[in-house]
Design a protein around this ligand. Structure first.
Ligand code: IVH
Length: 667
């Protein structure tokens, strides 16, 4: 890296980290994960090592984050309150163990493993058995005196019992159980106040509240995990925790003495599973050398003890090399940049590709081909890249420039103001968009032509047989049978499926047309309001806006689409093929179901449960919630509960599909 670039990047990272520290410690509103924070720290550390001349003397790499808040008395810590080095995988833990073995000349170390509670660090002082002071971590050197607030925590004893030292300090973590957190948020929601993001933030915010009575209402809890006393009473850490427990202090029961690193790893595996059953959040495990003499021998770096390390549970992250970036064109024309990765194992599958979402995200990550990247499986099925291992970046990697033209049809891409995604505007001719439209048209929730799947849609398109959905209805058996690997049976199935689709109701046809923003629900609402395609095509934007759930964006888009000559022609072709473009309004307000009792269960294809209930009631029927001997009909959708099914069968209740119900009313 050039000097000027290095200087700039160091400044950038330093400022970013200071900002994140401020958000985390002062505002208690972090906007990035610990993992992401650590990645930035690592990059900065790496650069500072290469270019020490540019390092900020107050660099976040040299300090424990945090600062003191206004409004509390600031107190200097008797002993600095340090942070812990983080590790994210077994390899890093084994390195930690190797370092310690080497430094101490021992072949196996005794460790204590403790859950790392996700709360905020506190230092409490006891004198002659009385709680006298509580101080937050602050910047590690000095913190806020929050004694009065901490005294409201019920699980923290004010008076010790047993054989306690005359004077001692103990460190621990204040946190909130998830139940208490949920309850608090419910109250806030009911009062119209903003909800808190997570239990950690509330715990931290609570302690910084000036109103002690208010703090007392918060269900805070505490675990103590580190005793500091001058008498030298204890040979090891585990012993000191047991003693503190006997004096009445709250110590986590989950801690365990482990002999050697393999037992430590077993503890991690055990808790990576079991942590989900805990009533509070834990984000990892803290591993501490048990023996106090060894602790002393190992000592501290500027920021952290050398005898302890935190292991962070992973949201399943893997590291791998970025081999290239490709661009995918979706059915709607949206462009998605995709990372092509060196295959890597992640949660039992092999990952070769990950989404980079859009140009902004690529810029934010500053991702370059050749980088080692961190891949994570979040809620989505497609993994995503969450960070770059800058410490491994080769000096000659080039920043990625986003494409300007569609990789499929070479049309210039557009990006609407305020939108993150680039689009290919060539929706009528761009191949993936056209194939996508056909796939959507035959889809299960649209025309439901099951004999045509994604591959067949692609084949029909590539062989020039189907360029638009309306072409499907001109397909012949002779055309199909000429295709590679096409048998008579399959060809017939396709023709039959296409024929049968002509019976699909108007709302499905409208949805199948794949007009932007016209989803299933919107299509139903439109059909219910306009009844025929002619009425819909004659409708003004205002007419459309009058329909429930139709907003400006939908109305404008739909109106314009229905004016498009290509679409008008397509509709004409559909009509001559015999597709349904009108619906009969379901007869409401009859007495056809009078005296009958209905129960509804399951999920339905065409109507919501509420719509079906309304239908029953508008036609004189009665809805009941449970099946009894009085029940006449069970309106059964997909996934009716087994106990309901059995009971209905026992009592001889008649089963009705949604279509059967509608027939009953329309008869
Ligand atoms: S020991 C010198 N033990 O994690 C020893 N810390 O990332 C320092 N934490 O500042 C801390 N559970 O706020 C320790 N069982 C545990 C912990 C724990 C949570 C927090 C603590 C610390 C931070 C370091």
């Amino acid at each position: 890296m050039e000097l000027a670039n290095a200087k700039l990047r160091i400044e950038q990272l330093t400022n970013t980290l200071k900002d994140h520290n401020y958000r985390y410690y002062v505002l208690a509103e972090p906007i990035i994960s610990d993992f992401e924070f650590d990645q930035i720290i690592k990059e900065l550390e790496h650069l500072e090592l290469q270019f020490p001349q540019f390092a900020d003397p107050n660099s976040p790499t040299k300090k424990v984050g945090g600062s003191v808040s206004e409004g509390f008395i600031t107190v200097k810590h008797q002993r600095p309150m340090l942070s812990l080095a983080n590790s994210y995988n077994e390899e890093e833990l084994r390195e930690f163990d190797d370092r310690i073995c080497k430094a101490t000349g021992l072949s196996a170390i005794e460790y204590v493993c403790e859950l790392k509670i996700d709360g905020l660090a506190i230092s409490v002082f006891y004198e002659n058995g009385k709680l006298v002071q509580a101080i937050t971590r602050g910047d590690g050197i000095q913190g806020d005196d929050v004694t009065e607030n901490v005294k409201t925590i019920r699980s923290l004893t004010h008076t010790l019992s047993g054989n306690y030292p005359e004077k001692f300090e103990m460190r621990g973590e204040i946190f909130m159980h998830r139940k208490g957190f949920d309850r608090l948020n419910e109250q806030r929601k009911a009062a119209g106040e903003a909800e808190y993001a997570n239990p950690r933030n509330v715990a931290s915010g609570s302690l910084k509240t000036k109103d002690t009575a208010e703090v007392a209402k918060r269900p805070l809890d505490i675990y103590l995990y580190y005793l500091l006393e001058d008498e030298g009473r204890f040979q090891n850490h585990a012993e000191s925790l047991d003693a503190a427990k006997s004096w009445g202090l709250k110590i986590a029961e989950t801690s365990k003495v482990c002999n050697g690193i393999d037992q430590v790893l077993a503890f991690l595996h055990e808790w990576d599973e079991k942590r989900h059953d805990l009533s509070f959040d834990t984000d990892g495990v803290v591993i501490k050398v048990n023996n106090k003499n060894l602790q002393e021998e190992l000592g501290f770096t500027a920021k952290t003890p050398r005898w302890a390390i935190a292991y962070k549970f992973q949201t399943e992250t893997a590291t791998t090399k970025l081999l290239g970036i490709t661009y995918q064109v979706g059915r709607t024309g949206a462009i998605t940049p995709v990372a092509e990765l060196q295959p890597v194992a992640l949660l039992g599958t092999t990952v070769k590709r990950a989404s980079l979402h859009n140009a902004n995200e690529m810029q934010r990550l500053d991702v370059r081909i050749g980088d080692m990247v961190f891949v994570e499986k979040g809620g989505e099925i497609i993994p995503k890249i969450v960070g770059i291992d800058f410490s491994q970046r080769a000096l000659d990697l080039q920043p990625e420039t986003y494409i300007t033209h569609c990789p499929e049809c070479q049309t210039e891409l557009v990006r609407a103001e305020g939108e993150a995604q680039h689009y290919c505007p060539n929706d009528q001719l761009c191949p993936p968009q056209v194939v996508g439209k056909i796939e959507h048209f035959v889809g299960r929730k649209a025309m439901d032509i099951q004999s045509i799947g994604s591959e067949m849609a692609e084949t029909l398109y590539r062989n020039n047989l189907v360029k638009t959905a309306a072409d499907l209805y001109d397909l012949t058996f002779e055309q199909l049978i000429q295709l590679d690997r096409m048998g008579e049976k399959s060809a017939n199935n396709i023709i039959d499926g296409i024929q049968a689709s002509k019976q699909q109701p108007f709302e499905r046809v409208l949805f199948a047309m794949g007009i932007r923003y016209i989803g299933e629900t919107v299509a139903k609402k439109l059909v219910a309001a306009f009844l025929t395609i002619e009425a819909l095509m004659a409708a003004s934007v205002e007419d459309m806006l009058a329909v429930d759930e139709i907003g400006d964006r939908i109305a404008q888009t739909l109106f314009q689409t229905l004016q498009n000559p290509r679409i008008v022609q397509e509709i004409e072709r559909f009509k001559s093929a015999g597709l349904r473009f009108e619906t009969q309004k379901i007869e409401k307000a009859s007495e056809k179901l009078a005296g009958k009792i209905f129960v509804i269960s399951g999920i339905f294809e065409n109507y919501s449960r509420d719509e079906l209930k309304d239908l029953v009631e508008n036609n004189g029927g009665k809805m009941a919630s449970g099946i009894t001997s009085k029940t006449n009909f069970l309106i059964a959708g997909n996934g009716v509960g087994p106990s309901k099914l059995e009971k209905a069968q026992q009592l001889g209740v008649t089963f009705l599909s949604e279509d059967a119900l509608i027939n009953m009313i329309q008869e």
